[in-house]
Ligand binder design. Structure first.
Ligand code: ADP
Ligand code: MG
Length: 353
C-alpha cells in the first residue's frame, strides 16, 4: 500500500537497556543488556515497514516499546506528532487503543480457558468506552467474520483451532479497538509454511479495509518481501540499513544485509549466477558486550581500522545521491562495490554456474 501525508509513527534515538544483575538476595548491577540501542525510523500512514533481523537483535523489544508495554531508557516515539513515551493515565490509555500488537505465538498468546468470543472481546473490558456493552457481542461476531472465521465459533476454545485459525483469532482481537497501527511481531513464524501466505494475505487485505499502518517483524527477509513497502534490517539493537523494498532486495549496501540476502533462495537461475552465499564468520556478539565502533565489524569482511573506532551513522552514502543505492545504510564503506569474502563463500545453487 502507498504512503501518504505525515507519518503515523516517528521513532527517534530509541534505547532500551535492561540491567544485568548478579546475585539472588543482594542483586548487584554488573552491566546492561543493550536490547535496543539507538533506533530511528518513521512509519507512513497506510504503510508497511518490515523489520528483519536474527533472533535476539531486539525486534520484540522494539515492538513492546511501540505498544507502550515497556518504557524506553531513552528516545522518543511520536504517534501523529505526540510523544507517547511520557504519557500516563487517560492519555496513555487512549494512545494504547491506537497501536495494537499481534503476537508471535498463537499457541501461548491465547488464554486456553477463555472462549474465542471472550478473547476477541477482551479489549472492550479494558477499554469499555470503545463499544457499548449491548453492542459487543455483535462486534465480536463481525470481527470473526472479517478475519475469515465462522461467527458461530464464539463459544469454542482455542485448543479447537489450528495454528492459522488461532492467529486469525489474535488478529481479530488486535482489530477490536479499531487501531490505526498494528505491530505484528513475527505473526507467521510459528505457522506451517503453507499457512503463512494465507495469514499474510489476510493482513494485506485488512490493511486496505481498515486503513491500517503496519510494523511487520520477521527474522527472515523473504517473509516480509511481499507485504512491506520499506524494510529495516536490525543487528544487535540497531537498524543497519533501511529503504524501499526494491532498494533493499536488489541494491543492498550494508554487508550484513548482503549476507542475509545471500541466504534467501532465488527462483531465477540466471539471477542466481552472480549471487554467492556469504557465510558470516563467528557468532553475534552479546548485547551486554557490544563491539566498539561499528557493531557488525567483528563479522564483517570489509572491516578495517576505522570501523573499530568510529560508529557508522545510518545515512545515505555520499556518492549515492540518486538511484536505488541511495537509501540509509550504516556502513563506512557502503559505497564500495560489493566484494564477497573469498574463503567464506560457497556457490548458491546447483551445478556449475
Ligand atoms: P528478538 O525479538 O529480536 O529475538 P528481543 O527483543 O526479544 O529480540 O531481545 C533482545 C535482547 O534483549 C536479547 O538478548 C534478550 O535476551 C534481551 N532481553 C529481552 N527482554 C529482556 C528482559 N526483560 N530482561 C533482560 N534482557 C532482556
Ligand atoms: Mg522476538
Amino acid at each position: 500500500m502507498a504512503t501518504s501525508g505525515e507519518p503515523v509513527l516517528e521513532v527517534s534515538g530509541l534505547v532500551k537497556h535492561y540491567p544485568l544483575t548478579r546475585g539472588v538476595l543482594f542483586k548487584k548491577q554488573i552491566g546492561a543488556v543493550r536490547a535496543v540501542d539507538g533506533v530511528d525510523f518513521t512509519l507512513g500512514r497506510g504503510e508497511t515497514l518490515g523489520i528483519v533481523g536474527e533472533s535476539g537483535c531486539g525486534k520484540s523489544t522494539v515492538a513492546k516499546l511501540l505498544c507502550n508495554l515497556e518504557r524506553p531508557t531513552a528516545g522518543s516515539i511520536r504517534f501523529k506528532g505526540e510523544d507517547i513515551t511520557r504519557l500516563s493515565g487517560r492519555a496513555l490509555k487512549a494512545v494504547r487503543r491506537n497501536i495494537q500488537m499481534v503476537f508471535q505465538d498463537p499457541y501461548s498468546s491465547l488464554n486456553p480457558r477463555m472462549t474465542v468470543g471472550d478473547i476477541v472481546g477482551e479489549p472492550y473490558e479494558i477499554h469499555p468506552e470503545a463499544a457499548p456493552k449491548g453492542d459487543r457481542r455483535r462486534r465480536v461476531r463481525d470481527l470473526l467474520d472479517v478475519v475469515g472465521l465462522d461467527p458461530d465459533f464464539v463459544n469454542r476454545y482455542p485448543h479447537q483451532f489450528s495454528g492459522g485459525q488461532r492467529q486469525r483469532i489474535g488478529i481479530a482481537r488486535g482489530l477490536a479497538l479499531r487501531p490505526e497501527v498494528i505491530v505484528a511481531d513475527e505473526p507467521v513464524s510459528a505457522l506451517d509454511v503453507s499457512v503463512q501466505a494465507q495469514v499474510i494475505n489476510l493482513l494485506d487485505r485488512l490493511q486496505t479495509e481498515f486503513e491500517l499502518s503496519y510494523v511487520f517483524i520477521a527474522h527472515d527477509l523473504s517473509i516480509v518481501r511481499h507485504i512491506s513497502d520499506r524494510v529495516g534490517v536490525m543487528y544487535l539493537g540497531r537498524i543497519v540499513e533501511i529503504g524501499r523494498d526494491a532498494e533493499i532486495y536488489e541494491h543492498p549496501t550494508h554487508p550484513y544485509t548482503q549476507a542475509l540476502l545471500s541466504a534467501v533462495p532465488v527462483p531465477d537461475p540466471d539471477a542466481r549466477q552472480d549471487r554467492e552465499r556469504i557465510i558470516l564468520s563467528g557468532d553475534v556478539p552479546s548485547p551486554t558486550d557490544i563491539p566498539s565502533g561499528c557493531r557488525f565489524r567483528t563479522r564483517c569482511w570489509k572491516a578495517r581500522e576505522r570501523c573499530a573506532v568510529e560508529v557508522p551513522l545510518l545515512a545515505v552514502p555520499a556518492s549515492f545521491e540518486e538511484g536505488p543505492a541511495a537509501h540509509d545504510s550504516a556502513c563506512h564503506f557502503a559505497e564500495e562495490k560489493r566484494v564477497v569474502p573469498p574463503e567464506s563463500t560457497q556457490a548458491n545453487g546447483n551445478g556449475p554456474g
